[in-house]
Every structure is written in C-alpha cells, then in structure tokens.
Design a binder for this molecule. Sequence first.
Ligand code: BYC
Length: 312
Amino acid sequence: MTTDAQHQQHFDAKLAADTTIEAKDWMPDAYRQNLIRQIGQHAHSEVIGMLPEANWLTRAPTLRRKAVLLAKVQDEAGHGLYLYSAAETLGCSRQDIYQKMLDGKMKYSSIFNYPTLNWADVGVIGWLVDGAAIVNQVALCRASYGPYARSMVKICKEESFHQRQGYEAVMALAHGSEQQKAMLQDAINRFWWPVLMMFGPSDNDSPHSAQSMAWKIKRHSNDELRQKFVDNTVPQLEALGMTAPDADLAWDETSGHYRFGEIDWSELYQVIKGQGQCNHERLQAKRQAWENGAWVREGAMAHAEKNRTRAA
Ligand code: BYC
C-alpha cells in the first residue's frame, strides 16, 4: 500500500525533475487549494476584464477598431473558459467558484476596478494591461500544474496579439492631434500605477509567494516580474513620446534596470478589499448578467437532460 509519505516523495521528485503534475496525480491538499485560489482568481479576472473594454464597443472610432475590439473582448471570455476548465480539473465546481466571485468572496485583478473614461484607455489597456499580463503569464507557462501551464500557452499567444493591437492604437493617437496626444497622456497617467499593482504586493508582503515558488507554480516573484515589465515598457513609452507619472523613473546603469518610485500600497489594498472606484459596478454587472442568463442555462440543461433520457 502506498502511504502519504510515499505519495509526497513522488510529488516532490516530480517537482524536482520539472515534470508537470497532472489532474489524476496525487498532490498535497494545500497545493490543490492554492491552485484553485489562483486559477479561480485568474479566470474571474478574464471575465470581469471584459467589462471596461466592452464599455467602448459601441463608441469605437471606426468599424475596424470596433471589429478588433469585439474580437479581443471575445478572446477574454475564451480565456475565462480555459481557466475555469483548468480549475475544474482540481475538483472544484465552476458554479461554486463563480458564485464566490459574485458574492465578493473570491478576488479578481485590481486593475479592472478602474474606469475607462476615454477611447485612449482602450488602447492603453491593450498595451499596458495585456502587456503586464503577458509578463506574468509567460512565467506561468512553466507552472508545475500541467492544465494551468498549457492553458497559459494558448492565452499568451492571444495576449500577444492584444498587446500589439493596443500599441498600434496608442501609436495612432501619439501621432495624431494635440488633443489626441493629451488624451493618451491622460490615460497613461491614470493607468500607470494601477498596472504596476497588477503584479501583487511587494515580495516582503506577499503571503503566498514563498510557498508558490517552492511548488513551482510561480517561477518569479512579484517584484521580479514588475521590474521586467518596467524594463520592457519604458522604451515603448519613450518611442511614443509619452511620459510616466513617476518623477523617480530613471535608468540605473549599475543594476541594468529602470528604477521607479514607491507604489502606493494602500491604494492596492483598498481596491482588493472591494473599495476601488468600480468594484461595486463590476460585480453588479456580473450579477445582473448571471440573472439575465438564467433562461439560457435552464434551456441548455433541459436540452442536455432530454438527450440523456433519449440515450438511456
Ligand atoms: N489584484 O501573496 P500574493 C487580463 C491578492 S486578466 C487583486 O502575492 P499570489 C486581461 C492575492 O490574490 C489577467 N488581488 O498572492 C483580461 C492574495 O489574495 P488571497 C489577470 C491581488 O497569488 C481582460 C493576496 O492579494 N492575471 O490580463 O502569490 C482584459 C496576497 O498576494 C492582486 C492573473 O490573474 C491584484 N493585483 O500572487 C484585459 C495572473 N495581487 O488569495 C486583460 C494570475 C495580489 O490570499 N495570478 N492579490 O485572498 C497571479 O499570478 C498571482 O495570483 C498574483 C498574486 C501575482 C496576482
């Protein structure tokens, strides 16, 4: 008979050999719960993340921009689906974690609690928000849990398209009228710091990081990924002729990285606690959509039941 100690030994050996853990493999319960937490939050972020951009679907400046944005928003729903499916392989129910999100008992990314006030915000989301998401998710392609890592590979390919369409949209504004340039700078000013907060609290204040890194779910710490994002993005900002709202942002020859100012952590914690500008509005929109979709779920379930009875 295999004992828990032997199971644990086998699990540890797989992690040490960088072999993925699969759904049917034995895994410590804390590893399973931690994954449900992270993947669930990640899935919720994808579907809540559709809302700020969807706000501009009816007001996109051209038909081409509208078609591109529609495709992007639809991609985000697809990302949610891959991630809810990955979470389900761990034994949780999709409906249960979705309900926890609707009840405010499970988190989603802080970034989606900021409003999209003008068209430039949509470009900035593609460029900066998806840009930050890629830095985080490329690392997750090597997460130790197979279904999560594989979903990340497909998601990263699509995010990469999203990031480029965002950059193309902001480039058009950066080469436009003085009014368009001002609109873009305003969007960057509002989104810059919240985007840096997407990477989570600093390493010293991140309760999950050490264990998640030991389990090889996270391959880099929150601060490492944040730094990588800043290093990637500042040259893009300069190419656009725009600035970041950070007087301390400067190239540091010695470290070979950009130095940046102190993040207002109290703002991140306020937003995470549900007290951001749009927390209430976002959850309200999702609750409403859930209620409005009741007839679709009932119809789909009745259809499935009918097929089951026929097959029996
Ligand atoms: N916002 O110990 P920590 C997208 C929470 S969607 C909210 O560092 P961890 C897109 C954290 O969950 C892409 N909560 O945690 C979609 C934890 O709370 P609990 C979204 C945050 O897990 C549509 C507590 O704070 N990407 O790109 O080791 C349109 C302590 O933190 C945040 C993902 O979801 C935050 N920013 O590390 C456009 C990536 N930061 O559970 C674009 C997947 C921290 O103890 N997730 N918290 O209650 C991760 O990589 C990790 O979960 C994090 C946090 C780096 C976010």
